[in-house]
Ligand binder design. Structure first.
Ligand code: ZN
Length: 92
């Protein structure tokens, strides 16, 4: 897997090395009364940071922690929205 420069989750500059799996466009066909409808959805790319940042000096460990903190707070936000009865599904 080739490594490429990626955005540092701490300083937002291209100072880290990461292994990037490209996203792709998927589709699903659903049958409705007037025929069939194809929905497209984007499968997100995944970025795995494999080095510290040479710009802000954060180590790999610190960057992974920052990434995980961001993910968990995002999940909490979605859970709060669901509790409030707000649909979180995004139609594309
Ligand atoms: Zn940085």
């Amino acid at each position: 897997m080739p490594k490429s420069k990626s955005i540092c989750p701490n300083c937002g500059k291209e100072g880290v090395e990461a292994i990037v799996k490209r996203g792709y466009l998927g589709h699903a066909t659903s049958r409705i009364s007037s025929g069939s409808k194809t929905k497209y959805f984007r499968v997100g790319e995944s970025v795995k940071i494999v080095s510290g940042c040479y710009i802000c000096g954060k180590t790999l460990k610190e960057l992974i922690k920052i990434n995980n903190d961001g993910k968990s707070s995002h999940k909490q936000r979605i859970r709060r929205l669901k509790d409030a009865g707000i649909p979180t599904r995004i139609e594309g």
